[in-house]
Design a binder for this molecule. Sequence first.
Ligand code: NAP
Length: 336
Amino acid sequence: MTSFDHIFVSGATGYIAQHIISQLLSSGKTVIGSVRSIEKGEHLVKVFQDSKFSYVVVPILEKEGAFDEALKSHPELSIFLHTASPVSRQIDCKDPEKEIMIPAIDGTKYVLKSIKQHAPQIKRVVYTSSIVACANPEKFLDPTFVCGESTWGDMTYEQAKTNGFTAYVGSKTFAEREAWKFIETESPNFTLTSINPLYVLGPQIDPTKTKDLNLSAQIVGNVLNLKPDEPIPVFGGAMIDVRDVAKAHILAFEKDEAQGKRFVLAEAYFTNQTLLDIIRKEFPELHDVLPVGVPHDYDFSNRAAADDKNARSILKIDYISLETSVKDSIRQILDN
Ligand code: NAP
């Protein structure tokens, strides 16, 4: 393994990014994170309380050259982790293309261009993609389909513009495609690796975020908010704990054999009922305030399988279980 000590993380305020930064700082690395405002940067300084963390303000991700100054003023950087992308906007956006697709797609294209032009010393870039770049979501309910490191969604740009959710799917698919195309056509000094997680669950680095959970962390929060006589909304998917997603980003640049690869991260299938069963088992004090549903009534046989061979054989992370992930999330929410 080569040693890389100065790392740039875009979207440093994010749920996943904060875990990446925290793990990097714990291993003595120096981290520069990009944020959209000074207030957000100052808040992070308080969260991390580590002199090896600093921030730069990059207000508009999708502006060509947005990262130029940050890159020019930090010639010590050797790694760039690109996590910034609209996630929560898919719920209430008014203009899906403008609010979700353009920042994600142009943001990725331009950041790679800036790195090539202004930071030729950066040797490795990790792009935070998603499982939704590997297949259109309807394929996730096709038990004959194996979704993963060699598959792609084929939604058109026009279809993606339809609503917030399709725009998110399109944003991740087109942005990741742009990134690989850039490597092919521009032959930059850096290699690329993509991380394609399923639903990311698990606790926050910044406990104040438990009051305003990110979209995927809110999946567990939503179950905790159910009333005893409320029906349990039908919802499910596959998950990976946020701490393992962060670990994967780090191994993705540390390991030579990870370069040029896509890594699907998946640990366990779940439904709202699965989450409820875990919460009821682990937190008996919540029995009276939560519904019971139909315990252990879940069938995952109608789901596509996830092809995560690269991740299992190269990254070799001993994944945190669904039970531990849910338990740690709920404990943190109850304590804050
Ligand atoms: P998050 O907490 O919402 O973080 C998103 C980050 O991107 C924040 O730092 C946010 O900045 C920044 N951002 C959003 N829109 C932006 C824009 N237009 N311009 C500049 N910055 C912008 O979400 P997350 O779950 O950590 O997601 C991080 C990455 O993981 C994303 O690329 C996402 O697609 C990917 N991912 C997430 C999941 C999941 O289940 N969570 C699964 C697969 C892939 P502000 O704080 O200023 O808004």
